[in-house]
Ligand binder design. Structure first.
Ligand SMILES: [Mg+2]
Length: 463
């Protein structure tokens, strides 16, 4: 009997902001982020202006979850057990022979265990970086482009590449919270000037759902690593001027994943700025930084439970799912836009297993689940293939998730959904099937599995 998941069973509902409650217009966002990182490299670090071109030219190269092997100048897609599935040197895809000549016959990547164990985005000594969120995914294209340029100048591939820290500095310069406050860098000033160009407003259905979740002895909270002032701008666009009224408490600059492990004090936010450290949180307050223990004490007191059951909505395996599950024991609903982009395959099983009726029939609130076709073309990649599945590795033909990210999705999340609007449309009492305990389980995708996870025979029969 499959294990189930139901929102009504929880005492507290926590929300990440970026790419979770706040759905970005990804093409505009990635273009802005790409240009901001390039501009910083060109103007601050002396890179050639040729580095920056039209991001649309690179849209097939863009793919969530790629690794940059910094010293070798290679971009990699990994399997669940650390095998290199595909690789490029700069922007040029490598042949299997070439991959073997660099990484050995088993194609095992030496930094795999380090990356997988703590779902760490940066390796010790900056040996690698993975690109998992839409702010920095364009960084992978930029790294690849720099490798191309350096090779061209040298007339051959270099023995070793050492530019990675420049890209890291450029990302840091643009995305650090103080850049928002000081209107500095190349990213925030443009985003501030026209925020609606980058963000999608939440539907009335989402607003109603957030209100519906706030019942007696239940807590709805916002917890984002973004700073207060940037978050205010985003929340204003997506939920309106009264955005704070949707939450019992709002937490900013949370520094996930460290929030879950460290003992950093909460700072009260007064007049929009960080003020005194506090030990006890109060309802309707705004706080910055903080730690799990003090938050749990607050949730416990407000929900009248010793151990409040918490569900957290997030989009990042590295900052949300892994630490919230591992250190806090929370259940996580993963928002994964790749699900929608790769397409669903609704089978009778998907339609029947959760409730008596298919999802479309039980939808309760008016929500917006449309996806922009251009955005879809940026999320999909012929070069790199599916985010979830690599056919060549599926020797058992069981359609389990076998990519690096696919396995983590099933390991650390209760369910995965393509967009918050989907779950907001469903009754709070709706019962979903969870991801199973077996490795690479695919049962927790809702409303349905991404198409690449359907065994090809099933697709042929039912399509
Ligand atoms: Mg996020």
């Amino acid at each position: 009997m499959a294990e189930t998941f139901c929102l009504s069973d929880f005492d507290a509902y926590g929300f990440d902001m970026d790419h979770t409650l706040a759905k970005y217009k990804l093409v505009n966002l990635m273009q802005l982020s790409y240009e901001a990182i390039c501009d910083c490299l060109i103007q601050k670090s002396g890179y050639s202006p040729k580095l920056k071109d039209d991001i649309h030219l690179h849209k097939d190269f863009i793919c969530k979850g790629l690794f940059f092997d910094a010293a070798r100048g290679n971009i990699l897609k990994l399997s669940h057990d650390g095998k290199i599935l595909r690789a490029s040197h700069g922007t040029r895809m490598m042949s299997e022979d070439e991959m073997i000549s660099v990484y050995g016959t088993d194609l095992h990547w030496e930094h795999f265990h380090e990356a997988q164990r703590d779902v760490k985005c940066t390796g010790a000594g900056f040996k690698f970086r993975f690109f998992e969120n839409y702010f920095d995914i364009p960084g992978a294209v930029i790294c690849a482009h720099i490798v191309d340029t350096l090779d061209e100048e040298e007339g051959k591939p270099l023995e070793q590449y050492t530019f990675w820290e420049d890209v890291l500095v450029a990302m840091h310069t643009n995305f650090i919270p103080s850049a928002f406050t000081g209107n500095a860098g190349w990213f925030f000033p443009k985003l501030k000037a026209n925020a609606k160009n980058y963000l999608q407003e939440c539907s009335q259905g989402v607003k109603q759902w957030l209100k519906d979740l706030r019942q007696k002895n239940k807590i709805v909270f916002l917890m984002t690593s973004s700073g207060y002032d940037f978050a205010s701008l985003v929340m204003n666009v997506i939920l309106g001027a009264d955005w704070q009224s949707f939450f019992d408490i709002c937490l900013f600059n949370a520094r996930k994943p460290a929030f879950f492990m460290n003992k950093t004090s909460f700072l009260k936010i007064e007049g929009g700025v960080e003020d005194m450290p506090v030990k006890t949180l109060r309802k309707n307050g705004c706080y910055s930084q903080g730690n799990l223990e003090d938050l749990t004490a607050f949730l416990s007191s407000q929900t009248d439970t010793q151990q409040p059951k918490v569900v957290y909505f997030g989009d990042s395996l590295c900052s949300d799912s892994y630490p919230a599950r591992t250190y806090a024991g929370w259940s996580v609903v993963l928002v994964l836009e790749e699900m929608e982009a790769e397409g669903y395959h609704l089978t009778r099983h998907d339609l029947d297993c959760d409730d008596e009726q298919p999802a479309s029939k039980v939808r309760q609130r008016q929500v917006n689940i449309e996806i922009d076709p251009e955005e879809e073309s940026f999320l999909l990649s012929k070069m790199w293939g599916s985010f979830f599945y690599h056919e060549k590795e599926d020797t058992k033909h069981d359609g389990c998730m076998n990519t690096f990210w696919g396995r983590l999705v099933s390991q650390y999340n209760a369910i995965a959904i393509p967009i918050i609007e989907y779950i907001a449309g469903m009754p709070i009492s709706h019962v979903y099937t969870r991801f199973g305990r077996e490795v690479g389980s695919t049962s927790g995708f809702h409303p349905a599995k991404p198409k690449p996870l359907m065994p090809s025979k099933t697709l042929e029969i039912s399509s």
